[in-house]
Every structure is written in structure tokens, then in C-alpha cells.
Design a binder for this molecule. Structure first.
Ligand SMILES: [Zn+2]
Length: 296
């Protein structure tokens, strides 16, 4: 009898503690402030979205164009938590106001939705014709197959942020072809877009990892040549193409400035150079912005 009484009292005390805890949790106002750098963006840019909340998030979703991503926690103190999300403005993004949807879910108190817009300005990109590279059906097929493999490996999201500070330019050389360039190839004038920055350098020049990360692909391809992908975490990856030698293997950890390979002209290339690209949420963005400004 006595022990039954003790159990009942213990349950009652626990329920009371839970009720007080819940009452306290619900008494905290659900404050959310959203901060988007209010400037005009261009195709190739990365948009930084910061949120500050009074409670910890359970889930979050950011929807922009065909991208669906989430927020990652960047800091917390006694009464607030800080998160940031990154979205990429794709090369084919329509100029004007583009919708951005933010959905955040809190434990117990539920979901909050916010609709914002991001103003996209059109950007003029250079045009070039590359006569010596003919894009036959066979080459197109090879390139499509290799791109599919790389895209698949880039779709995996590592939750940790492995980057530290700004990116470094991976090779010393001459910038020969900018990001976004509108290209035509060979006699058939097949159209293409340049999804990275080309840096010309002699064959054998050492290539450095632009930032800390984990090698997500190190492969010898016929179309894009010898290629390395480095995963910097939270949806950011960098690509290094047309290499002569590959000095790392998949799952290797690399440090910013560490040698990963050497410049070559493998695959569809007109001479020794490094094709360097950065992907955010699997969308190719202008890699130079990662070297020029702080992206949290
Ligand atoms: Zn290139």
C-alpha cells in the first residue's frame, strides 16, 4: 500500500515538473527575425539569409527557384539562436522579383511560414566560340553521363561546416575564361555555359584545395578529364577539372592550401588550365565571390 502511494506521489511530482516546464516553454514568445542583405543579386551570386529565433528550430526549409535547402545553426546565447541559409542564383534565373519561401518548425508550437522576394538583375556575360572543340553526339553523351555522376555526388549534404574563412584561388596563373561565359563549340556551334572560372597555367603546376573539406570525387573522366570534387559541408562543394595528376582519393580530408593535384589538359580542353568551380545546393555559382567576401 505504502509503495503504491509513493509511486503515485512520484508520478504527480513528475507531471507537475513537466507542466511547469511546458508552461515556461510556452511562455517564451516565438520571435523570429529574418535578415537578407537587401541588395540586387545577379545570376551566379550567393544570397545569405540569417535568422534569429527565441527557440531552437526543429526543422527548416528554404525554397528558391528549384532549390530546396535548410538553415544551419551558427551560434546561440541564453535567449536567442542564430541560423543561416545560403541560396544560389542560377545562370538561368529570370530577372525581377523571385520568390523565396521560408518554413520553420518549432517543437510543440508548430510551423511558421514567411514569404520574401529577392530582386535579380540581369548580368551581361561574355560570349566566345571555341572552334577546336567539336561537340559530337558521342562527346555530348559522355559529358552528360559524367555530369550525372558528379551531380549525384554533390547532392549529398554534409551537416558540418568544414570551411574556414575565405577561399583561396587554387592555382597561380592567368584568368583565361570567366564564369557564366556563353559558349559555342565546333562547326555545329553547340551551345554551352561556362560553370566555373578557367585559370591558365603550365602543365604540372600544383593545385591547392580552395578550403578545408573532404574529397567527394577523384575520377579520371574522358569528357571533363581528371576531376576532383571537394565537399566543404552544408551544401557547398568545389570542383577542379582537366588535371594532369590527381594526388588525393575519395574520402581524403584536405586542408585549405593543401596540394590535391596538378594542372593538365585532360578531357575536353584546348590547353593546360584549371577549370575551377563552386556549387551551392548543387547549383554552379561564381567561385570568385568566395575569395572576395566572407560567406558565413
Ligand atoms: Zn572551364
Amino acid at each position: 500500500m505504502k509503495s503504491k502511494k509513493i509511486i503515485i506521489i512520484a508520478i504527480a511530482v513528475n507531471l507537475a515538473i513537466l507542466a511547469v516546464g511546458l508552461w515556461y516553454y510556452l511562455s517564451i514568445p516565438v520571435d523570429v527575425s529574418i535578415e537578407i542583405d537587401s541588395r540586387d543579386y545577379c545570376p551566379g551570386d550567393v544570397v545569405i539569409i540569417k535568422i534569429k529565433t527565441s527557440r531552437e528550430l526543429k526543422e527548416s526549409t528554404l525554397v528558391f527557384n528549384s532549390q530546396k535547402t535548410k538553415f544551419f545553426e551558427t551560434g546561440k546565447n541564453d535567449d536567442s539562436r542564430l541560423y543561416r541559409g545560403l541560396i544560389a542564383v542560377p545562370l538561368n534565373c529570370k530577372p525581377g522579383e523571385n520568390a523565396l519561401e521560408i518554413i520553420i518548425k518549432f517543437p510543440i508550437v508548430g510551423t511558421r511560414r514567411f514569404n520574401r522576394t529577392v530582386n535579380i538583375k540581369s548580368r551581361k556575360f561574355k560570349r566566345t566560340h571555341i572552334a577546336s572543340l567539336s561537340r559530337t553526339n558521342k562527346i555530348m553523351k559522355t559529358l552528360a553521363e559524367e555530369s550525372r555522376v558528379a551531380r549525384q555526388l554533390r547532392s549529398k549534404i554534409t551537416p558540418e561546416n568544414l570551411r574556414e574563412g575565405r577561399f583561396i584561388i587554387p592555382v597561380k596563373g592567368r584568368f583565361s575564361s570567366p564564369y557564366g561565359q556563353v559558349r559555342t563549340y565546333g562547326k555545329r556551334r553547340r551551345k554551352g555555359r561556362h560553370r566555373g572560372t578557367d585559370i591558365s597555367a603550365p602543365k604540372g603546376t600544383k593545385i591547392k584545395a580552395a578550403n578545408n573539406g573532404v574529397v567527394s570525387m577523384a575520377a579520371k573522366f574522358r569528357g571533363i578529364g581528371n576531376t576532383i570534387l571537394v565537399d566543404h559541408g552544408q551544401g557547398i562543394q568545389s570542383i577542379y577539372m582537366h588535371l594532369d595528376s590527381i594526388d588525393v582519393k575519395r574520402t581524403d580530408t584536405v586542408n585549405k592550401g593543401g596540394i590535391i593535384g596538378t594542372v593538365g589538359s585532360t578531357g575536353q580542353s584546348t590547353g593546360p588550365h584549371l577549370h575551377w568551380g563552386v556549387y551551392v545546393n548543387n547549383v554552379a555559382v561564381d567561385p570568385m565571390q568566395f575569395t572576395e567576401k566572407d560567406i558565413p
